[in-house]
Design a protein around this ligand. Structure first.
Ligand code: 13P
Length: 250
């Protein structure tokens, strides 16, 4: 059966000492050990964070990786470098990367390939902007993001991926998708997986919700049959809130 997962995307926040303190507080908290916790700090801290979490069940991710294997790509981080510091998870195609760094599905597919070649786990992000939802085009947008960035994978490869649905209008805005809206899209994504890979594989893949998820709404969101946890932004910068969210599965 698929895992329940709560991942904290710290984005471009925290000094070195704040990052170390935050992960220390998370490691020392009491949390539901049936839930996989992942912290996703800025890459510059990832090596040290991975050492701090190494004796716990908490896993570490980074927020981006290169589509290239190695070489003259100034400023980039390869999947093999990420693997070499003990990091297992990598966000791919977060909406902020799509919006501010012009990342396209075709590039994201290459990033996914590099990660899988190195045995890492992509957390592939998808989600519509407000205008697309208002035009009722959001199902098409999400389908396209998945088909172009992820559905080139074979049956084995797709099972090494996590999907995160993050409606862009809900990110950092305080506006959360309602529980029904989240379930509707997660069910839709699961259906796309069924069509492409069959029921058994579709049922094995975790689909996370992201967008203003916090302790006050996590229980309701996670109670949905197709919502397997959360990708948390702002609330993951507080150990207390992050742990409260992790303890929100019923
Ligand atoms: P917020 O939880 O701050 O809305 O961010 C969600 C997100 O983008 C996580 O990747």
């Amino acid at each position: 059966m698929r895992k329940n997962i709560v991942a904290g995307n710290w984005k471009m926040n925290n000094s070195h000492s704040e990052a170390v303190q935050l992960v220390g507080s998370i490691v020392n908290s009491i949390y539901d050990d049936a839930v996989q916790l992942i912290v996703i700090p800025p890459s510059i801290y990832a090596s040290e964070i991975a050492k701090i979490t190494s004796l716990s069940q908490i896993e570490v991710g980074v927020q981006n990786s290169s589509q290239y294997e190695s070489g003259a790509y100034t400023g980039e981080l390869s999947s093999s470098m990420i693997k070499s510091i003990g990091v297992q998870y990598v966000l791919v195609g977060h909406s902020e990367r799509r919006e501010y760094f012009d990342e396209q599905n075709v590039t994201l597919a290459l990033k996914v390939n590099q990660l899988l070649n190195d045995g890492l786990t992509p957390i592939y992000c998808c989600g519509e902007i407000l205008e697309e939802r208002e035009k009722k085009n959001h199902f098409n947008i999400i389908k396209n993001q998945l088909e172009e960035g992820l559905f080139h994978l074979n049956d084995n490869q797709i099972q090494s991926c996590i999907i995160a649905y993050e409606p862009v209008w809900a990110i950092g805005t305080g506006v959360t998708a309602s529980s029904n809206q989240a379930q509707e899209i997660h069910h839709f994504i699961r259906g796309l997986l069924v069509d492409k890979y069959g029921v058994a594989i579709a049922e094995s893949i975790s689909i996370l919700y992201g967008g203003s998820c916090k302790p006050s709404n996590a229980t309701e969101l996670f109670a949905n049959p197709d919502v397997d946890g959360g990708l948390i932004g702002g609330a993951s910068l507080s150990a207390e809130d992050f742990i409260a969210i992790a303890n929100s599965f019923s």
